[in-house]
Design a binder for this molecule. Structure first.
Ligand code: UDP
Ligand code: MG
Length: 139
């Protein structure tokens, strides 16, 4: 995966609300091309691995339970400056601090159920993308 790509998940509570399609429209209207996408569910063990970097944080166990609680939409997105521009589009982790018009401001319920994931670096975008998609599934 090149530096023009980032990885996202539409989180389980947000998929359950039926707004994944609306969020994908916002993502595409912001100029991101979807180069891989699937609906899938992580086991607790897989969610624990995905968020391993946070394992010492107080919210880790709840986060793992939440992220494995139901199906999510995983996708790889392509755009110039993808990682930074996507973080801008989604807004701050805590929706109370997210800028107006951002996806989290529009769709997050709270700091945990904050609608979407976005990679925080090119390196993590590649690691996270390959966690969900083989090379043959990335277009
Ligand atoms: N999270 C939480 N409580 C916190 C901080 C984070 O439940 O105080 C959850 C939230 O779902 C967040 C995820 O853990 O999206 C990963 O946290 P991170 O700091 O990496 O935020 P992000 O990169 O998603 O903005
Ligand atoms: Mg993060």
């Amino acid at each position: 995966m090149s530096e023009k790509r980032t990885f996202t998940m539409i989180k389980p509570s947000t998929v359950a609300e039926g707004v994944a399609g609306a969020i994908l429209v916002l993502i595409q209207e912001a100029g991101f091309r979807i180069v891989a996408m699937k609906i899938t569910q992580m086991t607790p063990q897989q969610a624990g691995k995905f968020y391993e970097v946070h394992k010492e944080r107080p919210f880790y166990n709840d986060l793992v339970t939440f992220m494995s609680s139901g199906p999510l939409v995983a996708a790889i997105l392509e755009k110039d400056n993808a990682v930074e521009d996507f973080r801008t589009l989604i807004g701050a982790t805590d929706p109370a601090k997210a800028a107006p018009g951002t996806i989290r401001k529009l769709y997050a319920k709270n700091v945990q159920e904050n609608a979407v994931h976005g990679s925080d670096s090119d390196e993590n975008a590649a690691i996270e993308g390959f966690f969900f998609f083989s090379g043959l599934e990335q277009f």
